[in-house]
Design a protein around this ligand. Sequence first.
Ligand SMILES: *Cc1c(COP(=O)(O)O)cnc(C)c1O
Length: 228
Amino acid sequence: MNSVVENLQIVRNEIEISRSKRTIEKNAPVTLVAVTKNHGVEMMQQAIDAGVADIGENRIQEAAEKFKSLNREVTRHLIGHLQTNKAKQAVRLFDLIHSVDSENLAAAIDKAAHSIGKIQDVLIQVNLAKEDSKFGVYEENLQTLIKTVDTLQNIRLRGFMLIAPNYSDVENCRPLFRRMYEIFVEAQKTRQNFDFLSMGMTHDYKIAIEEGANVVRVGTAIFGERIY
Ligand SMILES: *Cc1c(COP(=O)(O)O)cnc(C)c1O
């Protein structure tokens, strides 16, 4: 098995290849979020020592434990579903919350951020494929949610997040990424500080980048399979 450092080199190289293939967003950089969920803090530290500046976690408790022992500042991403009753902890722990998908959650985050004098950066998670097993707002409800988020003072909408279905033929993800990019570009026309399109994980990040993703969330390709 490769080391974290070797895997990172491979993933970074693939990111550059995919970037070079795209006809849109030609010069835009891609942020690699290294997803450390279910891996120990040693793995997280190895990635950071190898130059990773963005770490993704999906559980509040686990993240809180692991972030305590880091010896360097990194950008912290909450990529998993967030319950409203954990908004307070999430706002303390994370720089960017990728998973806003309801008015209630947005309001809870806003309130929590207000209480500590923070403007919380968030993404709205969109469930384009309408999978029952996934969180995220449906496309037809997206504009309403955006409008609500815009009324909140302590929350700043920075972009969208998409989790594509786990198709065995990864090419089937492409139309979804393409559609998400279209919606993103449309929203960008009328907004400021709206700059993150988070889509793509181990099995589909190359295609996601080709279709305009500028944030990818990669775990397995860097750290190996997770054992639950
Ligand atoms: C776990 C997870 C990832 C990383 O998945 P890999 O397949 O290990 O790359 C990315 N995004 C979200 C939302 C996740 O929960």
